[in-house]
Design a protein around this ligand. Structure first.
Ligand SMILES: [Zn+2]
Length: 394
């Protein structure tokens, strides 16, 4: 994946730092940790270049934002509500389409906060022309030939719609094209994965799924409980995405999806994007979280679901992700989710540390492990693009 070129632009450079907003020293987008590039020989490198000359590189879930260098400042940074987009890191990665999971600044998924975050980042994005918002199928296809990067606006859950299904239309109007049903906590639509008991999709949840189908917004069940995931898949008239998760068959936490959910997702034409956020997709064989553990989940899902139903949703960001998890441990329900498993913590996920590293290294790994050209292309983006196109209105 050749890096993309872009005109120099610093986030919010149209304002005066220190005068218009409080400035933070931010993490390096590239080489924050020793860079890691999965080794390929000359023939393999040539083969990968050939594949990527036409096959788009698509991440089904990332947070392409830059965190403060000192992660202790994260709460102040969030309060400033001016999140930096990692343009330089994205260009270096050569990613064509990224499903960007917008945060809501202070947490809690409040309606006003979510809209504020969308608008604030859109304002910054509108001041440059390398990264653009993808809202139609044609938008998804034009990034690669143009040497640009398409950003698909996504939300991890629909909690902010409260009990007002019309807000699905409003969010669509604000550019949101993929949305989860619940976060790890439950909401009025269904049960989140942290819950002891999963009540399944509620009537409001069913109405929301139907509205998302009609409006043309892709449904995500990454953070839903198992029953809520199954109900959502059954209710939706269209395929769904699991934008960022892994296989419980390899690692027994609530954050991972059981075979039953993965199979139901595939049977409906859906796709899982295998994730790489620290300490999620571990395996017994690769208990120190790294590219190898993540790709073991990819191989498992391909075996179980078929080659047409697996992609990559690294769930990375620019900065200290492990530190961020510590700062937000309670909000992220981490102790509940990781209940019952023991692992050795890592400082970062070697080989999949940031959006700049994750997709390129996954691509290199696939080529090195005997996947056919067409299969590599499917996993690197073809499958996720198919679901987006089957679910979007236009
Ligand atoms: Zn998530």
């Amino acid at each position: 994946m050749p890096p993309k070129t872009r005109a120099p632009y610093q986030p919010f450079e149209y304002l005066e730092a220190g005068t218009d907003y409080r400035e933070f020293t931010l993490a390096k987008e590239l080489e924050r940790v020793p860079p890691s590039s999965y080794p390929l020989d000359a023939d393999q490198t040539k083969r990968l270049d050939r594949i990527l000359a036409t096959a788009p590189l698509v991440s089904s879930h990332d947070h392409c934002v830059v965190m403060p260098e000192d992660i202790e400042q994260i709460h102040d940074y969030a309060r400033e509500r001016r999140t930096w987009t990692g343009y330089a890191g994205l260009a270096a990665a050569g990613v064509d389409v990224v499903l960007e999971a917008f945060l809501d600044g202070m947490g809690g998924w409040r309606w006003d906060d979510v809209l504020f975050d969308l608008g604030m980042r859109y304002s910054d994005i509108a001041h440059q022309d390398f990264l653009y918002r993808a809202e139609t199928k044609a938008d998804l296809d034009r990034a690669k030939p143009a040497g640009k990067c398409a950003l698909v606006s996504t939300l991890e859950c629909a909690t902010m719609i409260e009990d007002d299904v019309d807000r699905v239309d409003v969010l669509y109007g604000f550019g949101v094209r993929v949305m989860g049903i619940t976060y790890s906590e439950s909401n009025g639509l269904g049960s989140g994965l942290r819950e002891e008991r999963d009540g399944g999709l509620t009537d409001l949840g069913r109405a929301t799924v139907r509205r998302m189908n009609k409006v043309g917004m892709t449904i995500d069940v990454s953070h839903c409980g198992d029953q809520t995931s199954l109900d959502t898949i059954a209710t939706s008239e269209r395929p769904i995405l699991i934008t960022h998760a892994g296989a419980r068959g390899l690692w027994k936490t609530k954050r991972m999806k059981p075979d039953e959910v993965l199979k139901a997702c595939a049977a409906k034409g859906g796709v899982i994007g295998v994730e790489a956020a620290p300490h999620t997709t571990l395996t017994e064989k690769h208990p120190l979280h790294s590219l190898e553990s993540v790709m073991e989940h990819v191989a498992y899902c391909v075996e179980l679901m078929g080659i047409d139903h697996v992609g990559l949703g690294p769930d990375t960001l620019f900065g200290d992700h492990v530190g961020l998890h510590k700062a937000f441990a309670a909000a992220l329900s981490l102790s509940r989710i990781q209940q019952g498993v023991k692992y050795t913590p890592v400082r970062y996920v070697d080989g999949m540390e940031s959006p700049a590293e994750a997709m390129p290294n996954a691509a290199r790994w696939l080529v090195a492990h005997g996947y056919e050209d067409a299969d590599v292309a499917k996993i690197l983006g073809g499958n996720v693009l198919r679901v987006l196109k089957e679910t979007w209105a236009r």
